[in-house]
Write a protein that binds this ligand. Structure first.
Ligand SMILES: [Zn+2]
Length: 129
């Protein structure tokens, strides 16, 4: 998460406020970053919500998909005040299938932990405290 903290400082300085979310996805030996309200257009995989794709989490996941990353275990780090929203949580399984993942572990702020498992859905393992 240090990586995201550094990135947050840089973006804050650029945009002059701190009202944004960032995400970092480690997948298939590569790293992809996302920010909410990114304004980029992506093909929407089945099971992914429109809103979920526009948030920081969906941005990182969509960039990975477009780059052809796939397979194995991936970890998504979410930086911000709140854990991933309902739109994102309901999209993680769709992204997991689209990226052909065995597991997608989601590590959010304040101890939030969730996981998509191949053949199953997405579940919150530990809520933020
Ligand atoms: Zn969201």
């Amino acid at each position: 998460m240090d990586d995201l903290s550094r990135l947050r400082s840089i973006v804050e300085e650029q945009v002059g406020h701190s009202d944004f979310m960032l995400a970092r996805l480690d997948i298939d030996g590569q790293t992809f970053y996302g920010i909410n309200a990114h304004g980029e257009a992506f093909d929407k995989p089945e099971g992914v919500t429109f809103q979920g794709q526009r948030h920081a989490e969906g941005h990182a996941l969509s960039k990975a998909r477009r780059a052809g990353a796939s397979g194995g275990e991936a970890t998504l780090y979410v930086d911000g005040v709140l854990p991933p929203c309902q739109w994102c949580k309901s999209s993680f399984a769709g992204f997991g299938r689209a990226l052909d993942l065995d597991w997608l572990t989601v590590i959010g702020p304040n101890g939030y932990l969730g996981r998509y498992t191949r053949g199953g859905g997405y579940e919150t393992i530990r809520k933020s405290f």
